[in-house]
Design a binder for this molecule. Structure first.
Ligand SMILES: Cc1cc2nc3c(=O)[nH]c(=O)nc-3n(C[C@H](O)[C@H](O)[C@H](O)COP(=O)(O)OP(=O)(O)OC[C@H]3O[C@@H](n4cnc5c(N)ncnc54)[C@H](O)[C@@H]3O)c2cc1C
Length: 265
């Protein structure tokens, strides 16, 4: 680990001032990804701005038809929230299957979504539920937020303050977890919303993506039978020691059908 200065501001305004005022400052939420990155000397920030003492960033509120989750909210708090369980049970279940208890007690909504790991679970929920990402400078629509491998629409020094998830009529998330880390080899979030059906896939490609052919079929007939013949091309999917692109393409179909069946239970 290289040396860095450590800051623990108490407000978003102070955090943003630090991020803008220092040479190469990085925000830190739970540090679940950032600390290992520093330990391996894969990053050399001049300053770390720890968001952990900013009370306004943590918590869950129900606002009309939306569940609004603060950027510093831990996965455990999403999984165990009575409000999330009542309003969007699929999101609570997703959070409850992230990593292991240590990861769920440190990892955060904002850190996970900002990091945009190709195998992270939350991006599938953000896209399938058509959530809105709020930052200190404005709002991002889900479809325009995840740009590529570990790449998002966030600008330098821009902080995720909260994410607003519209309640779905019917939704479920099913993943095939990596047996060691529990990250998604492939995860599919299926949501029937007021705006139509959305199907978002994580783990399979460089970044979360939607499957239009499945969305169209499910809009007409929300059953797993309606998507049984839809094949996903393997061309742009991830191939690594855990599985080939062809295997992941196959898993997308299986996970999507299981998600629709789970939603219809
Ligand atoms: C062993 C292990 C298993 C895991 N398994 C899973 C899994 O099954 N599914 C899954 O989805 N995830 C999994 N994770 C990831 C975990 O859920 C964390 O959410 C993720 O590592 C990010 O950690 P964090 O929230 O502590 O953010 P940090 O590590 O603090 O930050 C991550 C990145 O986001 C930036 N950042 C942090 N907060 C903000 C913010 N509010 N605004 C803008 N930028 C910000 C940081 O600068 C950094 O670049 C796993 C992690 C580990 C270590």
């Amino acid at each position: 680990m290289y040396d860095f200065a450590y800051h623990r501001p108490k407000s978003v305004a102070d955090a943003v001032a630090l991020l803008k005022g220092k040479e190469e400052a990085r925000p830190m939420s739970g540090g679940m990804t950032l600390i290992p990155t520093l330990k391996q000397r894969l990053a050399r920030p001049s300053d770390i701005v720890d968001l952990g003492a900013i009370k306004e960033l943590a918590g869950i509120k129900v606002e009309g038809n939306n569940v609004v989750i603060g950027g510093m909210t831990r996965h455990y708090d999403v999984a165990s929230s009575a409000d999330v369980k009542a309003q969007i049970p699929a999101l609570a279940a997703l959070a409850g299957h992230i990593g292991d208890p240590a990861v769920r007690n440190r990892g955060t909504m904002g850190g996970s979504v900002a990091n945009n790991d190709p195998a992270a679970d939350y991006p599938a929920a953000v896209v399938a539920l058509n959530a809105t990402i709020t930052t200190n400078t404005g709002k991002h629509a889900a479809d325009a937020f995840f740009k590529g491998l570990f790449e998002t629409a966030l600008s330098e020094g821009e902080l995720i303050t909260s994410i607003s998830f519209p309640k779905a009529e019917n939704a479920a998330y099913v993943k095939f977890p990596n047996p060691a880390s529990r990250y998604a080899m492939v995860g599919v979030f299926v949501a029937k919303t007021a705006g139509g059906v959305r199907v978002a896939v994580t783990g399979a490609g460089p970044c979360v993506f939607r499957v239009k052919a499945m969305e169209d079929a499910l809009a007409k007939n929300f059953t797993s039978a309606a998507i049984k013949d839809i094949k996903i091309p393997a061309d742009d999917l991830n191939s690594d020691i855990h599985g080939s692109a062809e295997y992941r393409a196959h898993l997308v179909g299986v996970m999507a059908r299981r998600a629709v069946d789970a939603a219809n239970k």
